[in-house]
Design a protein around this ligand. Structure first.
Ligand code: ZN
Length: 303
């Protein structure tokens, strides 16, 4: 008994230590500047200070991979005017254009033989997460690509679970792309969709997104350019904000817990926060019986 207490105490104090080491992010600003650095085109998306040093969050215009770069390194780079058409700029334009729809706006399908796993971590009062699902994926021979759309509130209430996911990525067990699912993820069960989720009156959409980005950065995680609207609910105004922030909205053609069938090229929508365990059961069954290969959205998405 004493030993168990000691081990628990030891784990908890290690955990507390890790949390204490969160990086301090300040002066967070939105930018949109294409540059050429060492023969590669990038777009600078944000500038910020981390522990009082200056950094940029940049996206590779071709691979769509994001990274953090020391500001001094980009001191005399070649700035490109905005008429330059990259894979990134074409994708951003394609997936933020009219017509705007209230539901399921954005990337729903990719022309490919793969399927694409996306897992939402909306705020939840449930303890823990679908850890077995993630652990089962980590035993595949090839590291499985997966996009986790994370909300700030889920992180705040599930720090231990979040650190486990980060560790799986660090140890090469999963290839996680960290997508943004806003900070508060507003939701009222009985409210009509036009006034719900990000369309809830007085919601500061920009702040909802930037807050989660900063939280991820404080944990040493680089946010990707992928975004998922809470409840898949949006309007023209919110899409324009996403575009201004340089993010690509990812919707779905296979919310399997709602009965939408899985097919080649499907963007599969799952919940990893224990709020929709049926979806996890269904995807586990499909992965066992249907022999689909799992692809990476960033690699396969076409402008
Ligand atoms: Zn959600």
């Amino acid at each position: 008994m004493k030993l168990i207490f000691f081990i628990n105490f030891f784990i908890l104090s290690l955990f507390a230590q890790e949390i204490k080491n969160l990086k301090h992010i300040t002066e967070y600003q939105i930018l949109n500047q294409t540059i050429n650095y060492k023969d590669t085109y990038y777009t600078i998306l944000r500038s910020f200070k981390m522990e009082n040093k200056s950094f940029y969050l940049i996206v590779d215009d071709n691979s769509l991979e994001t990274s953090i770069m020391n500001k001094e390194k980009l001191f005399d780079v070649f700035k490109i005017n905005s008429s330059y058409k990259s894979r990134y700029s074409k994708l951003l334009k394609r997936y933020t254009k009219p017509p705007y729809s209230l539901q399921n706006y954005g990337l729903k399908h990719i022309s490919s033989k793969n399927i694409y796993l996306t897992i939402d971590m909306c705020p939840s009062s449930k303890i823990g997460y679908e850890d077995k699902f993630f652990k089962d994926l980590s035993v595949y021979e090839k590291t499985v690509p997966i996009t986790i759309f994370i909300s700030g509130k889920w992180i705040e209430k599930h720090k231990e679970s979040f650190l486990e996911l980060i560790d799986m990525q660090k140890n090469g067990l999963l290839d996680i792309t960290w997508g943004n699912h806003t900070y508060n993820h507003p939701f009222k069960a009985k409210e009509k969709l036009e006034n719900n989720f990000l369309l809830t009156p007085n919601t500061n959409v920009e702040d909802e997104i930037l807050r989660t980005e900063q939280l991820l950065l404080s944990y040493g995680i680089t946010p990707s350019i992928l975004f998922r609207f809470p409840g898949l609910i949006s309007d023209e105004k919110s899409v324009k904000i996403i575009k201004k922030l340089g993010l690509i909205p990812v919707a779905s053609d296979s919310w399997i817990a709602k009965g939408e069938k899985l097919k080649q090229g499907s963007i599969v929508l799952l919940h990893g926060n224990k709020n929709e365990h049926r979806g996890i059961d269904l995807i586990n069954l499909s992965l066992k019986t249907l022999n689909f290969s799992i692809g990476s959205i960033q690699k396969d998405i076409q402008p």
